[in-house]
Design a protein around this ligand. Structure first.
Ligand SMILES: O=C(O)CCC(=O)C(=O)O
Ligand SMILES: [Fe+2]
Length: 377
């Protein structure tokens, strides 16, 4: 799911700063509310994290047993340890060039091969047709219990998506009616799950395990094994005042710093995704209020790392348009110079254009793998 980032330029080995400041939010007070305040404080914490970071740790230990994804990662290791020709039997080229196994370096980010292998799954569709973009069938390994265990995880992550979305609607000050409308856009999520295997980078100084990108959907719930110093997120200086010895680096037009986001047991990293390049779903929904976080993986350790990102996406046919609640918040905030100029000129304020999620997704997936080129154009 390595979507495009703007001109990623900094060196791979720019020393990342430790994530002392990334928020950790428990979902417990939301799902087991003893008092209304608990729900509100969770919603407010998520809202604040989306405004400031576009990234937070979501403690879901009260929702799923932390040993469950650990077991999934063992199953993934069993699959990745198979001989290459066994893994190739599930190649994504058998299907719609989106569902299935991709070899090391088959995934590309910003035109560069990523140093990982992966198995990708999408929401099953009725009347599958492997010649139609995204409309093929999932390809499951024959590793015992693999399919059942991962399907159970998928169900839990889908439910978690709706739980977090509802909390976000409260954080944005949406009315119950507005939430009902938004829920109807995500209640049949066209989810994606990746199971990724990362051998260490072969060379100390070049290449990425997964190049810098912004995911392009709605919410990513990323579970990763305990490997340290692999996942990094970019915090723009304009948002977070952080001190570093190295000083800021540039990513496209932004100045900021890369910080390490090491896994915390019982948590998934949650990335609310502000939209498709150049925007993301939440960026449109919030008319630019929520951030979308640039992230990358640089795994130089000696072990084989496994991560399992679950992408909770809108429905395939969802029309993603700015939410009135977000526009209300923006109206209450100090207008930017551009807003004031537009107002003085009698022009309406800038409102993001809407997009149909499925159309956007087809464009994105077509550019992820060399083999998908041409089929998704
Ligand atoms: O493996 C990770 O930690 C991140 C993977 C990722 O960012 C992605 O697949 O979009
Ligand atoms: Fe990502």
């Amino acid at each position: 799911m390595s979507s495009a980032a703007n001109n990623v330029s900094s060196a791979v080995n720019a020393a990342p700063v430790k994530a002392a400041t990334l928020p950790v939010i428990s979902i417990e007070p939301w799902i087991n509310p003893h008092e209304k305040k608990g729900r509100l404080s969770t919603a407010a914490a998520i809202h604040a994290a989306c405004l400031d970071f576009g990234f937070f740790y979501l403690d879901i230990s009260s929702y799923v047993d932390p040993s469950e994804p650990e077991e999934l990662s063992q199953l993934a290791r069993e699959f990745f340890a198979l001989p290459q020709e066994e893994k190739d039997k599930l190649s994504l080229s058998n299907q719609d060039h989106a569902r299935g196994y991709q070899r090391l370096k088959e995934n590309v980010t910003q035109g560069k091969a990523d140093n990982h292998e992966a198995l990708d799954f999408y929401r099953p569709v009725e009347d599958p047709d492997r010649t139609k973009p995204l409309w093929g069938e999932n390809q499951w390994p024959t590793v015992p219990t693999f399919k059942e265990k991962y399907e159970a995880w998928t169900e839990k992550m889908k439910k978690l998506g709706l739980i977090v979305m509802e909390a976000m609607s409260v954080g944005l000050g949406m009315s119950p009616e507005e939430w009902k409308e938004l829920r109807a856009q995500v209640d049949d999520s066209f989810w994606v799950m990746r199971i990724i295997g990362y051998p260490p980078l072969p060379d100390e100084d070049t290449g990425y395990s997964c190049g810098a990108h912004r995911d392009y959907g709605c919410l990513t719930f990323l579970w990763a094994d305990p490997t340290k110093d692999a996942l990094q997120v970019f915090l723009p200086q304009s948002f977070v005042a952080l001190e570093t010895e190295e000083g800021p680096t540039s990513e496209g037009l932004e100045q900021g710093i890369w910080i390490t986001a090491d896994p915390i047991r019982g948590c998934v990293s949650a990335l609310p995704l502000t939209l498709p390049s150049p925007m993301t779903v939440w960026e449109i929904w919030t008319n630019g209020l929520y951030r979308s976080t640039l992230h990358r993986v640089v795994h130089k350790g000696s072990n084989y790392r496994v991560s399992i990102p679950f992408f909770f996406e809108p429905n395939f046919t969802a029309n993603i348009a700015p939410l009135p609640a977000a526009l209300r918040i923006q109206d209450g905030l100090t207008a930017t110079a551009a807003d004031r100029r537009r107002k003085a000129e009698g022009k309406p304020k800038k409102v993001y254009e809407s997009t149909i999620y499925g159309d956007f997704l087809k464009r994105k997936v077509g550019s992820n793998f060399a083999t998908g080129k041409g089929r998704y154009d």
